[in-house]
Design a protein. Sequence first.
Length: 552
Amino acid sequence: MSEYSILIGGKAGEGSRKAGFIIARILASLGFYIYIYEDYPSLIKGGHNFSQIRASFKKVLGLKNKKLDFLLALDDLTLKLHQKDLKKEGFVLANPEICPKKKGIPVPMDKIVKEEGGAYIMRNVALIGAFAKLIGVSWRKVEKILKEELKKETELNLKIAKRGYESVKTLAKIKKISQKEYPILTGNQAIALGAKKAGLEIYIAYPMTPSTSILHFLAQREDLSVLTFQPENEIAVITSALGASFAGKRTMVGTSGGGFALMTEALSLSAQSETPILIVESQRMAPSTGVPTYSAQSDLLFVLFAGHGDFVRFVTSPGDAEEAFFLAGLSLNIAWKYQLPSILLCDKQISESSFSFDKKIERKVKKEKPILWSGKEKYKRYKITKNGISPLAFPGEKGAVVKATSYEHDEFGLTVEDEESIKKMQEKRLRKYESLKKEVEEKIESVKIYGKKTSKIALLFWGSTKGPAIEAVEDLGIKAIQILVLEPFPKKQLEKALKNVKTVITAETSAMPQFANYLESQGVKVQNSILKYTGRPFFAEELKEKICKILK
């Protein structure tokens, strides 16, 4: 077989997520591309958590369907919920007392952990060992990966894993398909690393699913030398970040829809004061608290139009970990180049899913220098220029009085209220849009095309719909078009991609066709919209079926 689907589940606190990642690493060591979908309720303990791993000979960015080759159960609820999705030739690994007779491989997890004197959570390690033996992976390889991933109680974990390994036979050997082993990153980890590559110095956030792991990751990775700070709320987050940016530090903040709502006044402050900021807005199922651990793409129009007054912003959205890395770096550089707010719009599906990551993308990101004050003339913080970008200086620089203000102002930053001064400064800031739009159209790959490029039918999508969309159109022999830069809208690039297209279909995980409506506002005629609003992402086969119904 060239592809496998594995699900491991249990209660929150039983370690299914960590086990799923280790299993993914084992499969990656055999040369497979990896995608991991994480599903969990908003509970610290209990409930039902599961990781579904897709391992394929080709790059995959989402789930194809619910069908499973292997089901690894840490509790009986996992069996009840997912056994129906097991393929005929599939296997179930579970404790003997709950393991089904048909297709079941009993693994005495509880007994092993008790006899070895381990903690209850270590049952997951016994299950990892059993799975590795079932698919014919050498103990030496398993041991190496476990040592890298389990830094606490390592020897005890290895004993438990070895006993799990020895408790089963190899019945479904998976052959190594390649010597190449890609690292596995979540979207949030990729965002953090991409921003760092572009010079990130400070990250400020208040914990809010699904952006929280950026804060955890950067706080743990002392080697990255990114100062992390958690203030009391989201208003304090963005105002602290603007203060750091004013002082000359490249700063990023992270939140979700509810937190971003609290940041909108300061978003306008960023624009008026021309203070660069990168905001990561990772969407979850809304409105209000909604379903906080599940995904949606329903903040699109909110993010595009948030804030009071007329101002320029840069908005991008990645469809996988590599794009998350690249766009985080690009967005930070754009924020500092044009002195404006950049927003990286993703969702739970991108933030918390794990992807095989090709490090080649790292070469495309570097720290770009902003336009700095020369020191040869009297410093004007808001100097009126042809492209609207004023040279930057920072507090403490000799000869420079650096001002920042929320009021309309003159070139020095002094408050003004007369008509002519107001008009001049508004026009100065808005001139940035023309320069930025030109860069979006001519220097940035803002639109990507997949599938049959000559097709007269096109599926338009953005963000996390990428994986299912690409697979669906490849099977159907039609075109798919991804928009990566949402604002300024890449109209010329999209018009080129839509040349000869007669039927436009959009797909998005929202209850209202926000993406379709946005396209319509930009002059793109949309014939049909496919919507999903269950909090779960599209499956490739599901999206394919919906497209087929439209085309009948």
